[in-house]
Design a protein around this ligand. Sequence first.
Ligand SMILES: Nc1ncnc2c1ncn2[C@@H]1O[C@H](COP(=O)(O)OP(=O)(O)O)[C@@H](O)[C@H]1O
Ligand SMILES: [Mg+2]
Ligand SMILES: [Zn+2]
Length: 254
Amino acid sequence: MADTVCAKCGGSGWIIVEQDGISGAERCDCVAAERAGRIEDNAGIPPLYRSASFDNFALPQDNPIANRGLAAVLNTVRAYTREYPVLPKPGLLFIGDPGTGKTHLAVAALRKLIARGFEGLFYDYQNLFDRIRASYDATSGAADKEAYRSALDAEILLLDDLGAHRVTDWVEDTITSIVTYRCNHRRALIATTNLPDPDAGDALVERSADVQGVRYRTSLADRIGSRARSRLFEMCKVVHMPLVEDYRLRKTVR
Ligand SMILES: Nc1ncnc2c1ncn2[C@@H]1O[C@H](COP(=O)(O)OP(=O)(O)O)[C@@H](O)[C@H]1O
Ligand SMILES: [Mg+2]
Ligand SMILES: [Zn+2]
């Protein structure tokens, strides 16, 4: 980040400004940019998503309905990052099928907010729970011990792939306490999930070819419990991903 010396301030972090004939020192923009860079480096964003942004989020050109749907999603998320924290709901919940760009957009939003001067952390849901569980072990490292605390205290928390875990009472209680704590303290949560939810317009009953003819899909509430789920909806604006081709498959075909 700070490999090149800032041309505006010569690396001092201060610039001299004149106002009404009086000159004074002001913080140079590079100070905030350097701080944001440091926060982003420490946010735990996985390498694959380190450069995810709104600008490199492509809209499908071959499907007008998917194009419009995804453009609307992009607008919603952009508006969120512009208006944060002055919003009716401080968080975002991305719901949709795998490969539709949920993690990409969630990280793009987090990076934008960090660039605006806020602090945030990325956690993969499964990994967070593994670390919290490990922290009960006396031999666990300091990083594991901090995981739970930082999930509560981070100014902005990105929880990726919510519910991608076997359900146990322990997991349900832990996610409920994290979501409830953050909700009560009005701390932003940006979450993504592949799990359907009826309030987000998803059907939980699917036709299938087997004998019964119907299949019940595991819902978000099934995995994280109804208390965490209802808190989540209270504090997050739901962003429902439109049906688009799986971007991972699409990339390998071309
Ligand atoms: N519309 C898009 N434009 C550019 N890259 C995309 C787009 N959608 C997904 N990707 C990329 O495809 C991969 C899978 O997307 P991802 O966000 O992980 O999907 P999801 O979280 O919904 O499963 C990632 O590398 C992501 O950066
Ligand atoms: Mg994802
Ligand atoms: Zn400077």
